[in-house]
Ligand binder design. Structure first.
Ligand SMILES: Cc1cc2nc3c(=O)[nH]c(=O)nc-3n(C[C@H](O)[C@H](O)[C@H](O)COP(=O)(O)OP(=O)(O)OC[C@H]3O[C@@H](n4cnc5c(N)ncnc54)[C@H](O)[C@@H]3O)c2cc1C
Length: 403
């Protein structure tokens, strides 16, 4: 069954290679490993070290800088497999930033920044796990961010003040990609202008005593920690500006759709995992003298989960193929639909898995309660389901904007 969903789409040779290599690594980390991480809240260092050792953190780093030079087509496979093989959405999230945050540097970084940093990311010496965009006063309305980066008189550095919220993996990162306003909102023609992207060396920030962080207690993704951050006159060298000053928002948007497809794949992996555990339990558990899976009230929600995951997977992988082609497609239409459908499919699968387990559905030893909490989270991040629908409603269907 799980194999059917795993094989639901035809993979290219390089995708097959990714699937088997990642599968081999994941095979050494069983359900107990992930359960213990969730119970203790400890980041899965051993698992991530294995990925690093095999070069997977450099999957999106070009070969010229020591990486694997792969793209979204391969990254969807990598992340779906990590989630599906027991780690769930959280395991994928544990490495998501490390894999993805090098992309703006690849696309927009100056040559010095690239040649200093990317080879170190590819071989695991440096990690860029953290990405700070969301702010308490802006939320989903990213152009309303208030964190300010002001160029110093001599132009050698920027001085940063402000606050971020929900910045994940700061505790396991050497660098933070920070999005800040270089021109105040009231001085730009369009809200999307005047925003810039910076690479912040976290050790340097702590040494300057210019960064405070506080962990946010939360009830899902137990071993991937998120933080509130405060910047107080943080000085960042001018060469750490990523790309063009004032163009940062467009740079963020540029990689967004492909990243959203990868998130959809992480949801698919979680859904596959929940479904597999539920089918196993429904086959093994007998009540009233029959396996509970023979009752259609148990069977149908699992069959429905299968159908929904199958459909979302077709869309996600098709979109990843189109992203890799030279076709001029509106990737946003695919990426937002894929993320919306995959998150909902994962949620329905996890809910069915909990119901299938009866009372044990909430016992931590069966893991499905953890999958359910994670599946709920997938409907909130990295954008909420409503914001994905807003994109489809306004940009694809051409309906009037409400905000
Ligand atoms: C575990 C976790 C990890 C995260 N990691 C990161 C990270 O590493 N870096 C980072 O920058 N951010 C991160 N985030 C932030 C995440 O991207 C935001 O939480 C998300 O974008 C939603 O923003 P918000 O929480 O401020 O919700 P709000 O924007 O306050 O929205 C609240 C509710 O109102 C709805 N809503 C708001 N406006 C509209 C509208 N116009 N139409 C319809 N509905 C609307 C939303 O859909 C939502 O349901 C993380 C969040 C979580 C929970």
């Amino acid at each position: 069954m799980a194999t059917l969903l795993r094989d639901a789409v035809q993979l290219t040779e390089s995708q097959q290679l990714v699937r088997s290599s990642i599968g081999d690594i994941c095979a050494d980390f069983d359900h107990e490993y992930w359960r213990t991480r969730a119970e203790t809240g400890e980041y899965p260092h051993k698992f991530v070290d294995e990925l690093v050792e095999h070069g997977w953190m450099g999957i999106l780093v070009p070969e010229a800088y020591g990486g694997a030079g792969m793209g979204t087509q391969e990254t969807v496979v990598m992340m779906e497999e990590i989630a599906a093989n027991g780690g769930g959405f959280s395991a994928a999230q544990a490495v998501h930033g490390g894999v993805y945050n090098s992309v703006p540097i690849v696309e927009y970084g100056g040559e010095d920044l690239k040649s200093n940093l990317l080879p170190r990311v590819a071989d695991g010496e440096a990690s860029i796990q953290a990405f700070g965009l969301t702010e308490p006063n802006a939320g989903s309305n990213s152009t309303a961010i208030e964190t300010r980066a002001e160029a110093s008189q001599d132009g050698d550095e920027y001085v940063i003040n402000g606050q971020k919220i929900w910045t994940s993996r700061v505790d396991v990162s050497d660098y933070l990609v920070l999005v800040a306003r270089t021109t105040p909102l009231e001085n730009v023609e369009k809200r999307t202008q005047g925003i810039s992207m910076f690479l912040v060396d976290l050790e340097d920030a702590y040494d300057q005593d210019a960064l405070d962080i506080e962990s946010i207690p939360k009830s899902a993704s137990d071993f991937v920690h998120s933080y509130e951050l405060w910047f107080d006159d943080l000085r960042v060298p001018a060469e750490n500006l990523i790309g063009v000053e004032g163009e940062g928002f467009y740079q963020v948007l540029d990689g967004l759709n492909e990243e959203r497809l990868v998130i959809a794949a992480e949801c698919l992996g979680l859904g596959r995992l929940a479904l597999e555990r539920a089918v196993q339990y429904a086959t093994d558990r007998e009540v009233f003298g029959n396996p509970i899976g023979s009752n259609q009230a148990i069977q149908h929600p699992l069959a429905e989960a299968y159908a929904r995951l199958q459909a979302a997977k077709q869309l996600t992988y098709n979109a990843a193929d189109r992203a890799a082609s030279d076709e001029n497609v509106d990737l946003g239409a695919y990426a937002n639909a894929a993320k919306f459908l995959a998150a909902d499919a994962a949620y329905q699968a996890a809910d069915a898995a909990v119901q299938t387990h009866g009372g044990f559905g909430i016992a931590t030893e069966y893991d499905v309660e953890r999958y359910f909490r994670e599946a709920r989270l997938t409907r909130l991040v990295p954008i909420t389901q409503q914001l994905a629908l807003n994109y489809l409603g306004e940009k694809v269907l051409g309906l009037p904007r409400s905000y």
